[in-house]
Design a protein around this ligand. Structure first.
Ligand SMILES: C[C@@]1(CC(=O)O)c2cc3[nH]c(cc4nc(cc5[nH]c(cc(n2)[C@H]1CCC(=O)O)[C@@](C)(CC(=O)O)[C@@H]5CCC(=O)O)C(CC(=O)O)=C4CCC(=O)O)c(CCC(=O)O)c3CC(=O)O
Ligand SMILES: NC(=O)C1=CN([C@@H]2O[C@H](COP(=O)(O)OP(=O)(O)OC[C@H]3O[C@@H](n4cnc5c(N)ncnc54)[C@H](O)[C@@H]3O)[C@@H](O)[C@H]2O)C=CC1
Length: 189
């Protein structure tokens, strides 16, 4: 296996979380931090997940395979190993990407340890070798990020749009944007 860190626009995809316990809640919260479109199906959905009811679709029923038809990707987080395996098989028949929470062999994608500050996103993965290492390194990286990074990236995003209009020469535009990025990042040093 080799996990490539695509940064996927989850606002445009329909995610399906199967299971409504603590582990499902963690996955839901991580995805909602990115405004993911989500459906949660479980015969028992915990209160904490229900509190997100205005942002996600809740289906308080047992898993049925037809629900996969509306999904783009699936997270299987039930406490039933055989069921999680069945979900994996059903989802593969539809060519969906699946994450079975505690079974790396049944994960087409895995959750990294994530830091998000405005437009900056850092995701650290150990390819499943040791989530604890991913968590610790993510925290260490977090400490090196300038406190005004959100503002810096907002300024740069605007400047790039303007520069595409106003500086027609690609080489000059590139130099302008690299210098601006460096000056913003260096200004507090
Ligand atoms: C493969 C992967 C699949 C996936 O879940 O996507 C996976 C698998 C497994 N995790 C297990 C255990 C723990 N996982 C955590 C925590 C996190 N695990 C996450 C990701 C991943 N976990 C993917 C690989 C990530 C990578 O590449 O490094 C994080 C980063 C993101 C997230 O979960 O969203 C999140 C931290 C979020 C944050 O804080 O930043 C803790 C610590 C804790 O809970 O505090 C423990 C207990 C301590 C321990 O065991 O180390 C077990 C053993 C289960 C058992 O048998 O008990 C398996 C199964 C196995 O390894 O066989
Ligand atoms: N809790 C933990 O710390 C960890 C748990 N795991 C694994 O993650 C999985 C889930 O754990 P928790 O969320 O803590 O369990 P939980 O017991 O809190 O929740 C299980 C959920 O599965 C749902 N479910 C069961 N059968 C179903 C069916 N037929 N259709 C739809 N939903 C169904 C239940 O309704 C419930 O919402 C387990 O397999 C567990 O082994 C892995 C690592 C750590």
């Amino acid at each position: 296996m080799a996990y490539f860190p695509f940064f996927v626009d989850v606002t445009n995809l329909q995610g399906l979380v199967i299971g409504g316990g603590n582990i499902a809640l963690e996955k839901v919260e991580r995805l909602l931090a990115f405004d993911a479109k989500l459906t949660v199906i479980a015969d028992k959905i915990c209160e904490e997940i229900k509190e997100y009811g205005d942002r996600i679709q809740l289906v308080e029923e047992k898993y049925y395979s037809d629900i996969l038809k509306n999904a783009d990707y699936v997270v299987a987080a039930t406490d039933n190993t055989e069921l999680n395996e069945l979900i994996y098989k059903d989802a593969k028949k539809l060519n969906l990407l699946v994450n079975v929470v505690d079974v790396p062999d049944l994960c087409d994608f895995i959750f990294p340890s994530v830091m998000k500050r405005g437009k900056l996103v850092v995701g650290v993965s150990t390819s499943g070798a040791g989530p604890q290492v991913a968590i610790r390194l993510r925290k260490e990286i977090e400490e090196t990020i300038p406190s005004d990074i959100e503002e810096t990236l907002d300024i740069l995003a605007k400047a790039r749009i303007e520069a595409k209009e106003t500086i027609k020469d690609p080489a000059k535009r590139r130099k302008y944007l690299i210098d601006l990025a460096n000056s913003l990042l260096d200004k507090d040093k």
